[in-house]
Design a protein around this ligand. Structure first.
Ligand code: PMP
Length: 480
């Protein structure tokens, strides 16, 4: 038996074998799964833009105008006007000074993290960060310190002990919304710790765009941290309905990434149709921000319906809802039986999630109807009970919006205490290290608007219009 056969057999034995399932049709609320119509409850097409007529049209038009492929790396022959246009729009959307595109979110993390940390440096990474961050950290050759999920005390404990060489760089990296759990990183405290300990901070907004923040701008905007994060990474492949990714940062940092991010330098530029599709999606999001409200209200509807079935889901508006089964085979049985009853929610097993936490990862989309979500919850409740699973024991591992239990008063003091410790450790060099490690704060979008004499967008204009399903459907039909 070859080593490959042996490994495949072992995966089968452990209940960890994976296979590709064939889907027909776009990522709409329902799809044909291996020929059978099912409700799609595991796609990251959160805002329903991947299959929106205007997004499709923009991609098709771009293919006719610019061709399908970009031909080479951005640095060789691949930079086109639409790459630049999308970068400008994304910088404006994310409230940052500059932006640079990557081929995918995976590549963006590889490029950004590898550029900001290398041999001799230290990366501090949340234990539930996405695999692309894990891989990027390993590839960077920096020392990787994994801190407990969203545990800022554990992070600080580590910041005090690791990466203390004044010449070395420190980097804190986190998902903003965690991909398999749907909970939110304590961004404010992480940013304060980064500042106090002279670390840079990278935030991956892959699952926050389209749900959190004003107009779906993400968790960084929701936390009021525009301009405070060294690099904000995001993907175009989820709420923005396309493919590709971006890094938003100061103009200086973006110039540095163009000069050092290997996954940007040595990989073909994003294809014009994908870029144009993302531009159209951003435009739709700006024009009709109530899609964000619809995603949030659908998330609430799904969570409410699951709770009515006895599942211990948290009451929140996050669109990712984990039903944690534990054992891999049990998760697969639940998944398979749900498919047979018309609900497609993929089972997620280790190593994507920690051992013993196999789960169904449900995702609501703005294009679902509340009735569809209620129906799915009923199906899942019925099957879980018939399999002898206890829905009340299938809740999240972590309280989804709250940081872990801590002494809040102690936190108020934390950055000051941290800074004092850092200063005591590094003496006269402390301030110099801090200055070297951090770029000057990037101007916020509002500051840039003011500096360049642009009319700032008022709160009223940026506030989402109330959601009106009829009007939305009519507008979509007109656009089609
Ligand atoms: N970061 C996070 C948090 C993700 O969940 C993902 C995709 N699952 C990625 C990065 C990778 O993005 P992409 O699919 O564009 O490669």
């Amino acid at each position: 038996m070859s080593d490959i056969e042996a490994r495949l057999e072992e995966l089968e034995r452990l209940g960890l074998a994976r296979r590709l399932r064939l889907i027909s049709g776009p990522q709409g609320p329902t799809v044909l799964l291996e020929g059978k119509p099912v409700l799609l409850l595991c796609s990251n097409n959160y805002l329903g833009l991947a299959d929106h007529p205007r997004v499709r049209e923009a991609a098709a038009e771009a293919a006719m105008r610019w061709g399908v492929g970009a031909g080479a790396s951005r640095l060789v022959s691949g930079t086109m006007t639409i790459h630049g246009r999308l970068e400008e729009r994304l910088a404006a959307f994310k409230g940052s000074e500059a932006c640079v595109l990557f081929g995918s979110g995976y590549l963006a993390n590889l490029g950004v993290i590898g550029a900001l940390a290398g041999r001799g440096d230290t990366i501090f990474s949340d234990e539930l960060n996405h695999a692309s961050i894990v891989d990027a950290s390993r590839l960077s050759r920096a020392e990787v310190i994994v801190y407990r999920h969203r545990d800022v005390e554990h992070l600080e404990w580590n910041l005090r002990r690791h990466g203390r060489d004044a010449q070395a760089r420190r980097l804190i990296v986190t998902d903003s919304v965690f991909s398999m759990d749907g909970d939110v990183a304590p961004l404010e405290t992480l940013t304060e710790l980064a500042q106090a300990y002279a670390a840079r901070i990278v935030v991956d907004e892959a699952h926050a765009i389209g749900n959190l923040g004003p107009g779906g701008r993400g968790a960084v905007a929701e936390a009021g941290l525009d301009g405070e994060i060294d690099v904000v990474v995001g993907t175009l492949g989820k709420a923005l309905g396309s493919y590709g990714a971006y890094a938003c940062a100061s103009a200086e940092t973006v110039r540095y990434l163009i000069n050092s991010a290997r996954s940007l330098i040595y990989s073909t530029a994003p294809p014009p149709p994908a870029v144009a599709g993302a531009l159209a999606a951003l435009e739709l999001l700006r024009e009709r921000p109530h899609r964000v409200q619809r995603l949030r209200s659908n998330a609430r509807a799904l969570r409410g319906a699951l709770a009515a079935q006895g599942f211990a889901v948290a009451e929140s508006e996050m669109q990712i809802v984990p039903l944690i089964v534990g054992e891999e085979r049990a998760a697969m049985r639940l998944c398979q039986q749900a498919i047979e009853r018309g609900v497609f929610a993929q089972a997620i097993r280790p190593p994507t999630v920690p051992d013993g936490t196999a789960r169904l990862r449900l995702t609501a989309m703005a294009s679902h109807t509340p009735a569809e979500l209620r129906g799915a919850a009923e199906v899942l409740g019925r099957i879980a009970r018939s399999l002898g699973l206890n829905p009340a024991a299938m809740g999240p591992l972590h309280d989804e919006r709250e940081a872990p239990a801590v002494d809040e008063d102690a936190y108020d003091e934390r950055p000051v205490v941290a800074q004092a410790l850092f200063d005591a450790e590094h003496g006269e060099e402390a301030e110099e290290i801090r200055v070297r490690a951090r770029r000057p704060r990037a101007p916020s979008r509002a500051e840039l608007d003011e500096r360049e004499g642009r009319e700032p967008v008022s709160e009223d204009e940026s506030a989402p219009a109330p959601f009106d399903l009829e009007r939305e459907l009519a507008a979509d039909a007109r656009a089609a």
